[in-house]
Design a protein. Structure first.
Length: 305
């Protein structure tokens, strides 16, 4: 297959690119920079330099492919609302390009979308219906766009990623951000008793799952895929591992203190987001096998940067 990937030179995109090429597929990869394009070429992909705002050009690339993986998101612009709007516009353009073809369109989403739609204490699943008005992330509306593309002949799926997609290649995700905050503050915290849970998944397990989804000709259209390996780690254990790695004290803090001390990511450290991927694993024949988040934290590479 010839697969078009946006965000192909990023943390997850580069691993998906390598996974697909290793399985014998062709990859056309979008990168914002010449340096990223060079990395893609070194992997054996056909690089394209551009931005996610050039929706007409990206739609043409999508139409010329056998499937699309949208992993691009403007994290670094500082305007989250604008980034969400750009994400929706791109997905709508990619979906229109694949309309009535039955080709797959997989697009990054997140398990945090489930917050507010799962009863307290319960575990979110692929069957959980997201209420966009109560969701834990404004990107929840994107899930609806992908679901609606199924009626237009697109084999669409939302890739609901764990808040932490960990591994040695993770340089800009939630975990590096929390570590940087702990170093800056000289301490680290969890909210309340710290028993709220975060799901987690290794980036290599994610890349395999995405390949399997693209290769599955009978992938149901409009479904969510839950890319989680660990259903829910008590955040206090994550905080304690960060404290050990940075060698700072760990303490309970109020939610408003967490947001003040740790910036944008501090708004999420008290969120309870246990998420099952049982249906996704069965559907794709996918079994996560890589190290756990706490094993990666204890190994120490996150702290040697």
């Amino acid at each position: 297959m010839k697969i078009f990937i946006t965000g192909a030179s990023g943390h997850i995109g580069s691993l998906v690119t390598a996974e697909l090429i290793g399985a014998g597929h062709q990859v056309v990869g979008l990168s914002r920079t010449d340096a990223g394009a060079q990395r893609l070429a070194a992997l054996g992909a056909e690089p394209v330099v551009g931005t996610m705002d050039d929706t007409a050009r990206l739609a043409e690339l999508a139409a010329a492919s056998d499937g699309v993986v949208n992993l691009a998101f403007a994290h670094d612009g500082g305007d989250f609302a604008a980034a969400i709007a750009a994400d929706r516009a791109l997905i709508e353009a990619l979906g229109a390009a694949l309309e009535h073809t039955g080709k797959p369109l997989l697009a990054a989403s997140g398990t945090m979308m489930l917050v507010g739609s799962v009863p307290p204490g319960d575990v979110g699943s692929e069957d959980t219906v997201i209420d966009p008005t109560r969701a834990g992330n404004p990107r929840a509306m994107t899930d609806g766009i992908l679901r609606n593309l199924a009626a237009r002949g697109v084999r669409s799926a939302a890739l609901r990623l764990s808040p932490t997609v960990h591994g040695p290649r993770d340089h800009h995700g939630f975990i590096p951000s929390l570590i940087a905050a702990a170093r800056q503050q000289g301490s680290f915290g969890y909210v309340g008793d710290g028993l709220n849970r975060w799901p987690a998944v290794h980036n290599l397990d994610v890349s395999r799952a995405i390949r399997l989804a693209l290769e599955k000709d009978d992938l149901p259209a409009g479904i969510p895929l839950h890319l989680t390996a660990e259903e829910g780690i008590p955040f206090r254990r994550i905080a304690e591992a960060i404290g050990r790695g940075v060698n700072v004290p760990v303490e309970s803090v109020a939610p408003e203190v967490a947001a003040e001390r740790y910036g944008f990511v501090g708004n999420f450290i008290g969120v309870d987001n246990p998420t099952s991927s049982a249906q996704t694993q069965e559907l794709l024949g996918w079994e996560p096998t890589e190290q756990t988040l706490l094993e990666d934290l204890d190994e120490g590479f996150y702290f040697r940067r």
